[in-house]
Structure formats: C-alpha cells, structure tokens
Ligand binder design. Structure first.
Ligand code: BTN
Length: 261
C-alpha cells in the first residue's frame, strides 16, 4: 500500500490523517485506542494485512495481505448516541453508490450493488464488503465512532478459504479486472466525507430513504438470527434510528442487531 499514491489521489489530503500499516491486529482496535488519546476525526488507519480482523457479532474477518482494503475511520459526529447507527447506513449507501460509479466508469457495466441489513454490501448476493461500527460514549454523548470497512478487492475465488468461497466476492471476481486499491480508497474517502456531511446536515429521513432504496428483502418474509435463534416476520421498514422493523402478525418488533438469514 503506497501512502503517497493515496494522498496524490485525494483532492484535499489535508482533510485526512492517514496511517498505513504493513501488518496490524485490527485497524478498528488500533483506532479505538487512538480515539481514547484524543486523535482528531478523519484519522484513518489502513493495513495491508490484519492478523485479527474483526467482524460483526464476534466473527473474524479474513484480511489477507495485499488484496483488499482493510481500514478504519475515526469520526466525532454531533449526533445523539441513539442515532449512531445512521453512520452505518450512510457508509453502506455511500460505499455501494461509489462502487457502482467506479464499476460503470471502468467497465461500462451497470452492476447492481445491494445492501443487506444492517450493512453488508453485496454483489450477486455475495458479500463484497462488511462494515463494523464501534462507539465510545461518554455521559450520553458520542466521544468518537470507529467506522471499520473491509472491502474485498483483488481476491480470486481460491483466495477465499472454506465456507467463504460460496459466500464472498471481490471486485476482481465481479468484473474480471484488477483494481488499484490506493485510488479506490482515496475515491471512497472523498465520497464518504461529502455524503457524511450531507446526510448529517439534512433531515434524518433522507438517509433512511436512500438506504431503503438499496436494501434487499424489504417487504418480504425474512428470518433474523438473534442470539442463536431465528425470528421470522415481514421486513416492514426502518425505525427512526435505522433499525429493522419486523412485523409478526399484529406485532411489530424493532430489531437492533442480528443477521438476516
Ligand atoms: C462484518 O461484516 O462482519 C464487518 C467486517 C468489518 C471488517 C473491517 S476490516 C477493517 C476493520 N478492522 C477490523 O478489525 N474490522 C474492520
């Protein structure tokens, strides 16, 4: 990962503080520490490889060397803690829009990139990217959020081990092309910086609407895995905080965490 190439692809490199690692346990863990020390927002850590990449709900995130983007961004939004999930939604919408534009520009293909609640980014129903948002709250205020993104870029099918081969996809597998990771990262950071400010400055309904346009299974019967149990119902929509509303008969339940299976 070439740091100067990332910087030269940014319109305004001053906005970000980027640290590039060859190897690290987890960029999210590193940034959680940095946040505690008072690091400014838009500090970004990216690593060629993670030895203990972390996924949602205690999963590990395979982060092999040189083929993906494994990075975390420190944010200090002026947002009530109960709305922090909106940052998940903004990043998922922004990433999928950004990648659709990039794919169109590079291949002239209109590949659809979908979201799976809460924030998986999918191509052809396979996982291209995952997002892990962690927070540090002090006295009912967001001190900082760490937005961790794993994006599969140049893996071939054989680079995914075991069960992942069925479930995961990379930009290379989807398009047949190699992608420059530094350019992608810089492009995403620019887009996200813009979208983040746009959505946070506007009515909260905007991000909920944008998200619902891209999310799969809306209005359909779904099963959500929660603490080892599957709950079934209709995906009715999103609560004001961005959580999933599941309708079971007359009853509506707000699901804050879990996975659609
Ligand atoms: C998921 O879908 O389960 C979320 C995966 C998030 C992975 C990224 S890679 C960069 C950052 N550092 C981590 O340890 N995890 C996130």
């Amino acid at each position: 990962m070439n740091e100067s190439l990332i910087l030269s692809n940014l319109n305004d490199p001053e906005r970000f503080r980027i640290t590039v690692f060859n190897e690290i346990d987890s960029t999210n863990s590193y940034m959680m520490q940095l946040g505690k020390k008072g690091a400014p927002e838009w500090s970004v850590a990216i690593s060629e490889k993670q030895t203990s990449g972390r996924g949602r709900r205690g999963h590990t995130w395979q982060s092999p060397k040189g083929v993906g983007l494994w990075f975390s961004i420190l944010l200090r939004p002026d947002l009530k803690p109960e709305y922090s999930h909106h940052v998940n939604l903004i990043s998922a919408v922004c990433l999928s829009d950004f990648l659709e534009r990039e794919i169109k520009a590079k291949t002239d293909q209109q590949l659809s990139i979908d979201l799976k609640w809460p924030n998986d980014v999918l191509i052809q129903n396979k996982k291209l990217s995952g997002i892990l948002l962690q927070s540090n709250i002090i006295s009912d205020k967001i001190n900082y959020l760490i937005l961790g993104i794993g994006l599969n870029v140049n893996q071939t099918a054989k680079d995914f081990s075991g069960h992942l081969r069925e479930k995961a996809i990379s930009l290379k597998i989807a398009t047949g092309l190699n992608w420059n990771r530094e350019k992608l990262l810089a492009g995403f950071l620019e887009s996200f910086h813009k979208d983040y400010h746009y959505y946070l400055a506007n009515d909260k309904i905007m991000i909920l609407d944008s998200y619902l346009k891209k999310v799969l299974s809306m209005g359909e019967i779904i099963s959500v895995a929660q603490n080892g149990e599957a709950v079934r119902g209709i995906f009715k929509g999103l609560s004001s905080q961005g959580y999933l509303i599941l309708q079971q008969g007359e009853k509506e339940t707000v699901i804050t965490t879990g996975e659609i299976i």
